[in-house]
Design a protein around this ligand. Structure first.
Ligand SMILES: Nc1ncnc2c1ncn2[C@@H]1O[C@H](COP(=O)(O)OP(=O)(O)OP(=O)(O)O)[C@@H](O)[C@H]1O
Ligand SMILES: [Mg+2]
Length: 247
């Protein structure tokens, strides 16, 4: 579904991302791990089009999307969690998701279409909120949400774009320990239907092991291993790379 071939991003002589070949199958959950500075976020930036690779390419459904800007990749079904800054804190949770749905669907100028379209947008937004377990917080101002709820809202905003491939960069960051299990359930449900695939960077190893079908290990920009959790954890090269470092 999604593939990278020889994907490389150099700054001067340094390969921040170094010849990465990655494949993501429909419905697959691929965890990405690696020490701080390994190039995980940079890899996501190349896949979503925020950065242009020095070499290599990215394909979606076999189509080369390497030259497309981020919004066109998003339109083809590649979604990435919104940065916290794209949440309007002074709007309600529901209004935020409605705006995201509207942005995705595009508005009709025809007045007679408006009422029906508005109802569809409202229904899609409510469905997304329900999916992430935030239906009861729809009226709350987004700025007043707790960390765990904010992460759920970010996932709801992402779902509004109906992505077929979702990229999550440390979705547990800043979430308190007691809120982690619920968020894990929400994230697990993302691959449950419609063959949607997820690529997730996460430092919490227990979360990765619980969710991932396969784990990709990055180290100094390169892909050290990409295999089932059992095989990756037993890989001596991986263990060596992590010696003395926290996952
Ligand atoms: N725009 C940039 N200019 C210069 N160096 C950069 C730039 N972006 C990233 N880097 C460097 O590239 C390396 C990889 O960074 P990246 O953010 O991709 O790592 P990461 O694996 O996501 O780390 P973390 O786990 O801390 O999020 C780091 O050494 C970082 O300093
Ligand atoms: Mg990062």
């Amino acid at each position: 579904m999604l593939a990278t071939r020889g994907l490389t991003w150099r700054i001067g002589e340094v390969a921040i991302v170094d010849s990465v070949d990655l494949d993501l199958a429909p419905g697959e959950f691929l965890g990405v791990i690696g020490p701080n500075g390994a190039g995980k976020t940079s890899l996501f930036n190349l896949i979503t089009g925020l950065r242009r690779p020095t070499e290599g390419r990215v394909t979606l459904d076999g189509r080369d999307i390497s030259a497309l800007p981020p919004y066109q990749r998003a339109r083809l079904g590649l979604g990435r969690t919104f940065q916290a800054s794209s949440v309007f804190g002074s709007l309600s949770v529901r209004e935020n998701v409605r705006l995201a749905v509207q942005a995705h669907r595009g508005g009709s100028m025809k007045l007679w279409r408006r009422a029906a379209a508005d109802r569809e947008v409202a229904a899609a937004a409510d469905a997304a909120l329900h999916r992430v377990g935030l239906a009861h917080r729809g009226d709350a101002l987004a700025g007043t949400l707790a960390h765990g709820e904010k992460r759920k809202l970010e996932i709801a905003l992402l779902l509004a774009g109906e992505p077929r491939v979702m990229l999550l960069d440390e979705p547990m960051a800043g979430v308190s320990a007691e809120d982690v299990p619920e968020l894990v359930q929400v994230i697990r449900s993302l691959t449950g239907d419609s063959g949607r695939a997820v690529l997730m960077v996460e430092h919490h190893m227990d979360v990765i092991l619980e969710l991932a079908d396969r784990i990709a290990v990055m180290h100094h920009g390169a892909l050290l291993a990409c295999d089932t959790p059992e095989t990756v954890m037993a890989n001596p090269t991986v263990q060596e790379a992590y010696l003395g470092e926290s996952l």
